[in-house]
Write a protein that binds this ligand. Structure first.
Ligand code: CA
Ligand code: CA
Length: 329
């Protein structure tokens, strides 16, 4: 069987964590290796500097003009949550303002709205050829399918949507929705977007069931890469308070699945029967939270996937190599 280059659009909430940066490094390495055709990077929070940071990574990897789009509204407040959870840094802003890192995009005003860029790029692609891999909020994707032409293009050009997820329990077990899908966001914009995307997205969705956990963390190998590597710098800043650069692989594992799910199908197990559902639950005391569940009473073309435990070690090793692979150009 022959596996060609996979056309990828990468959807990221870059500011909220540094594994988004590691996953972008991995995509560039896979592009250098001829396995990926990275069509664009879309940012999906209200952080102004994430797109500048993304451009710095793209430039470091020799692709200074790789298209970048962004969510444009100021309503995600993801940094508020991150501060609350004590997991926040402003590495995107710090790196964009540091002259060691070359880029010609600074903030969101320098890039198009993600929906406009999706439409421009998708219409140029062969039918059913594009894989969207989303490791952040689904706000851009919700906006894309609310746009008539956007929805038509998704139907025609997108092969599948791969989404970072969390554990999916059978019906009636309401698990609070993951932060990645907007579960802990105060004003609910991202959670509502996740609900809409899971309900109305027209192509198959593959959603992650769980993630590689400790001891399969990676990042410390970045210390040996050049100091002007913006991915190295993101991990340095983000992990400084832990005194250790090794970090979880959630976004990287999602990218790994997106690229290798056919080629290395034996690495994964799939739950195919059922429908992923996201809802908003209200307690009698007024507290509301999003939840997700896997409804087996109703079938759909959506799938959840799990990485097989005996493959964790091999996959995390490969991810570590790709993160630090020297750029070709
Ligand atoms: Ca640029
Ligand atoms: Ca992420």
């Amino acid at each position: 069987m022959c596996f060609g280059q996979i056309k990828i659009i990468y959807e990221t909430d870059m500011e909220t964590d540094c594994d988004d940066a590691g996953a972008l490094a991995m995509l560039h390495a896979l592009q250098d290796n001829g396995e990926v055709d990275l069509l664009a990077v879309m940012h999906n929070t209200s952080d102004d500097f994430s797109v500048g940071y993304i451009d710095a990574v793209n430039t470091y990897y020799g692709h200074p003009d790789l298209p970048i789009g962004s969510y444009k509204k100021d309503d995600t407040y993801s940094r508020d949550i991150a501060i609350l959870l004590k997991c926040c840094t402003d590495y995107t802003q710090q790196i964009v303002k540091d002259i060691r890192f070359v880029h010609d995009v600074d903030t969101r005003k320098d890039v198009p709205d993600a929906v406009d860029l999706y439409k421009e790029i998708l219409q140029q692609q062969p039918d059913s050829s594009v894989v969207i891999v989303s490791v952040g909020y689904l706000l851009n994707l919700k906006n894309l399918i609310k746009d008539d032409w956007g929805l038509q293009l998704v139907r025609k050009k997108v092969k599948e949507l791969i989404i970072i997820g969390r554990t999916w329990f059978p019906k009636d077990t309401m698990l609070p929705l993951s932060m990645n899908l907007g579960g802990q966001q105060i004003n609910h914009t991202a959670g509502m977007a996740s609900m809409e995307v899971f309900e109305h997205w027209p192509t198959p969705i593959h959603v992650a069931g769980n993630f590689i956990t400790k001891p399969y963390h990676r990042g410390k190998e970045l210390i040996n890469t050049p100091e002007n590597n913006p991915v190295r710098e993101a991990y340095r800043i983000y992990r400084e308070r832990y005194g250790d650069w090794d970090h979880h692989l959630a976004d990287l594992e999602t990218v790994y699945y997106a690229i290798y799910r056919d080629q290395k199908a034996e690495y994964f197990s799939l739950g195919t029967a059922g429908t992923p559902k996201i809802g908003l639950h209200s307690e009698p005391n007024g507290i509301r939270y999003f939840y997700n569940l896997w409804d087996t009473s109703e079938d759909s073309h959506h799938v959840y996937w799990l990485t097989k435990e005996d493959k964790f070690s091999e996959i995390s090793e490969r991810i570590g190599e790709l993160m630090v692979q020297t750029p070709k150009q």
